[in-house]
Design a protein around this ligand. Sequence first.
Ligand SMILES: C[S@@+](CC[C@H](N)C(=O)[O-])C[C@H]1O[C@@H](n2cnc3c(N)ncnc32)[C@H](O)[C@@H]1O
Length: 325
Amino acid sequence: MIPPTLPAELKAALEAKLEGFSRSEAAERAGRISETYRAGGTSATIRSERDALAYALARMPATYAAVAASLNALTEIVPDLAPASLLDVGAGPGTASWAAAQAFSSLTSFTLIDANDNLRRLGLALARDSARLEDYRYLPGEACTNVAAADAGDLVIASYLMGELGEDDQRRLAEAMWAKARHALLVIEPGTPAGYARILALREQLIAAGGHVAVPCPHDGPCPLVSPDWCHFSQRLPRLQAHKQIKGADVPFEDERFAYVALTRAQVTRPHARVLAPPVVGKAEIVAKLCTADGLAKAKIPRRDKAAYAQARRWRWGDGVMDES
Ligand SMILES: C[S@@+](CC[C@H](N)C(=O)[O-])C[C@H]1O[C@@H](n2cnc3c(N)ncnc32)[C@H](O)[C@@H]1O
């Protein structure tokens, strides 16, 4: 398990880049970029080195936390996954690569693909002094073309990328990334209904192509959730001082909502169920919303069933439930 916080080396590299960059300017640039995103725009709005740094300060802690949580879920189900090479698609400043480097001591080779020069330059600068990220290179240009041309990776990750592509490109890229994933592909999106819909489409496409869902679903069958419900998870992360200033917020943490799926080439032993919302702990019972191979279940665990109740008290939103208790 890795923590949802940026590694000290990355934090220090970001802080070093902040010298001479006023918080008010960073906040103004980050605010403009967020507005563009909210209006359905893309990171093409990041047009300078300063934009890239403002974006990283505002968003990298949260997208890192979502990648870390997804990797933790994946390594819990596939504990023997030991990738040596990573393909990080739509890598931006290198968020997923940093998280994967923490999660897998086996990783030695990092290939990042991104179309944005400014984010690429920032990503290279952040990793420059890292001994851990020694074999670390960016392929500039468009993701579909570049993934097709890249060497395969033991693990392929696309974090917060799919939403920037049209539907046809999402399908093309999903196919290309799967073709290059030797062992596993992890795709993460914002935890909105639209982000979930993209994850669901990719999940169906790649199950049809022979993939097995490792997480979060405890099955390869159709998703049992019915609109307006959608599958998403939440990761709490602390806010650094600069992060608070840029967001104009006093609260020392934020909750990042995300949707994700990881597919593997080999079958894995899945949990019996996954917890889809914070369980409600009442006086007489715990009520939990679970996804199971048989569909959606509202589990009620009475206090009088002491062992099961004690176990259910430890359940958190997003957890895999390993047996039927
Ligand atoms: C929202 S950012 C996410 C960055 C990073 N993966 C993260 O999780 O923090 C999306 C990234 O995808 C890149 N991108 C978007 N469309 C792309 C495309 N067609 N080809 C390559 N990169 C693309 C953008 O330049 C940007 O760096």
